[in-house]
Design a binder for this molecule. Structure first.
Ligand SMILES: Cc1cc2nc3c(=O)[nH]c(=O)nc-3n(C[C@H](O)[C@H](O)[C@H](O)COP(=O)(O)OP(=O)(O)OC[C@H]3O[C@@H](n4cnc5c(N)ncnc54)[C@H](O)[C@@H]3O)c2cc1C
Length: 302
């Protein structure tokens, strides 16, 4: 019989727990896995408060129910009955401008009558089908793309808030290709976003400009339900309150050093801690990897 592979997972947020589920669910016999979380609680940026019958998520509040792997994991964890799609009224989106909330209308005539953009901004937006497509394949920021195609007013007052809502990031710095590859394709293939949307509508696709459509979905008792379920199911494979300080390579094995207790040796390591935490862990093992990890910016959205 071949020896079990010893695998360490660093970080008990949804990424680390999903990796643990994947390994335990598919390879229970061939892998000996341990997840290390430095905090006393699991979940990372996901957490739910339940107070006086009210449920309040203080990090992520849902996921799109069209991503097959997420739904597969939900099913494997026996949580299908707990799924809780957002009410259709929550699909309304508003943008705050000039001390007023403006609803974003999907219907073009209604949108053109709304005051989200200035009259000039709306006219510039309507010119989008006539703006020539980009000549080269180089990447650009989401903001530069939006300014080029739909004008500065729409870029500043629609795209910037939308991007900070979805990514908690800066549209001037985020790569269009990384965040919205579908937009790059739409421009390349159809020469215009409006033309692409019309073509997709005719073809019956429900894909929106930001990617696959789907309903924002959570669980009846909040998003932490999935974290708590995995904690209960995989309790024996999880160590909380133990942070990883260092990963060192010895031949084809890895040694983990912790903030408490003795080092341990593994065949493989999955690091699901934030990049700024991982940068120190790998500094002694791989300087280049550490520098790349350290260069990844994180923004505060508080
Ligand atoms: C306010 C907010 C709202 C969001 N809303 C949504 C949403 O609605 N939908 C959506 O899909 N996404 C949303 N996101 C993004 C989503 O929450 C994150 O992408 C996701 O939870 C990240 O999970 P993760 O496991 O990769 O990282 P984290 O949740 O950051 O987990 C990393 C874990 O690693 C641990 N760790 C760090 N250092 C060490 C160490 N040295 N040793 C051991 N463990 C360590 C940390 O304690 C933490 O538990 C939101 C994020 C925020 C902040």
């Amino acid at each position: 019989m071949t020896e079990k592979k010893k695998i360490a997972i660093i970080g008990g947020g949804i990424s680390g727990l999903s990796a643990l589920h994947f390994i335990r669910y598919r390879y229970p016999e061939s892998c000996d896995v341990r997840l290390y979380e430095k905090d006393s609680r699991l979940g990372g940026t996901i957490g739910t408060d339940r107070i006086n019958g009210f449920v309040s998520d203080w990090g992520s509040n849902g996921f799109l129910n069209k991503v097959p792997l997420t739904l597969q994991m939900v099913s494997e964890l026996g949580l299908d009955d707990m799924l809780y799609p957002a009410h259709p009224s929550a699909e309304k989106r508003f943008i705050y401008r000039n001390k007023k909330l403006h609803e974003i209308h999907a219907s073009p005539p209604k949108f053109m009558r709304s005051q989200i953009l200035t009259v000039g901004g709306r006219m510039r937006l309507a010119m989008e089908p006539f703006i020539p497509k980009k000549k080269d394949d180089s990447d650009e920021s989401i903001f530069d793309f939006a300014k080029r195609r739909i004008g500065r007013d729409a870029a500043e007052h629609m795209i910037v808030p939308m991007v900070s809502g979805v990514y908690g990031g800066d549209a001037h710095k985020l790569s269009l290709e990384a965040c919205f590859p579908i937009m790059v394709e739409m421009e390349r293939e159809y020469g215009s976003l409006f033309k692409a949307l019309l073509a997709k509508k005719k073809a019956g696709s429900k894909a929106g400009p930001a990617g696959p459509s789907g309903r924002l979905t959570s669980f009846k008792n909040g998003l932490a339900t999935i974290i708590e379920t995995m904690h209960d199911k995989y309790r024996d494979f999880i160590v909380t309150g133990r942070g990883v300080m260092k990963i060192a390579r010895n031949g084809d094995k890895y040694t983990l050093e912790f903030d408490s207790g003795s080092p341990e040796i593994f065949d493989a390591v999955i690091c699901a801690a934030p990049a700024y935490a991982a940068t120190d862990m790998v500094a002694g093992m791989d300087k280049e990897m550490s520098e790349v990890l350290g260069s990844i910016p994180y923004t505060s959205i508080a």
